[in-house]
Design a protein around this ligand. Structure first.
Ligand code: GSY
Length: 161
């Protein structure tokens, strides 16, 4: 089993339902165990600004899938939820990104781990810090990395039930 962290985001349609469906699909895979899920966060768009705010969460999982198979499954989930890449950095029904995978680093274009832009993004770092306050990213403590965040807006949401 390897521990991994995934970032999920949506800003089209019912974002909470999109995220919840993706989480259910991950949890239903026989080689994935969901360990922790962060709170939901409403987050200011990073990159292309003329779009709705996102809903983001981070998951901690245990998995026997290797990083490439896990990536394939994440892409399958995006396809199933009918993600359409219309504008680069633009709106999306669901994005499922591998942020970290225990003991694994890669600079392949298709699979860069740790995720190349994660340390600059509050929508990733804040939920990750909530569930993994002692994790290291590129050998740096997350608490150190958090200090250099640019500070885009992010709001924790409390859903009832
Ligand atoms: O890969 C992430 C997709 N995305 C997001 C996102 O999930 N949240 C926010 N706040 N901005 C984003 N920009 C992109 S691209």
């Amino acid at each position: 089993m390897s521990k991994a962290y995934l970032g999920l985001g949506s800003n089209i349609g019912d974002s909470k339902e999109n995220i919840d469906r993706a989480v259910d699909m991950l949890g239903s895979h026989e080689n994935i165990e969901l360990l922790k899920m962060s709170s939901y966060y409403e987050t200011e768009p990073v990159g292309y600004k003329e779009q709705d705010w996102f809903l983001n969460v981070v998951l901690e999982i245990d998995t026997t899938l290797n990083p490439h198979s896990l990536l394939e499954f994440c892409r399958e989930i995006e396809e199933k939820l009918k993600r359409k890449r219309i504008i680069r950095w633009g709106p999306r029904i669901i994005d499922v990104d591998i942020l970290l995978y225990e003991g694994f680093k890669s600079e392949e274009e298709k699979l860069t781990i740790p995720h190349p832009r994660m340390t600059e993004r509050a929508f990733v770092m804040v939920p990750l810090y909530e569930i993994a306050p002692r994790v290291k990213i590129n050998n740096k403590d997350i608490s150190q990395v958090m200090k250099s965040l640019a500070g885009e807006e992010i709001r924790k949401i409390n859903y009832e039930g």
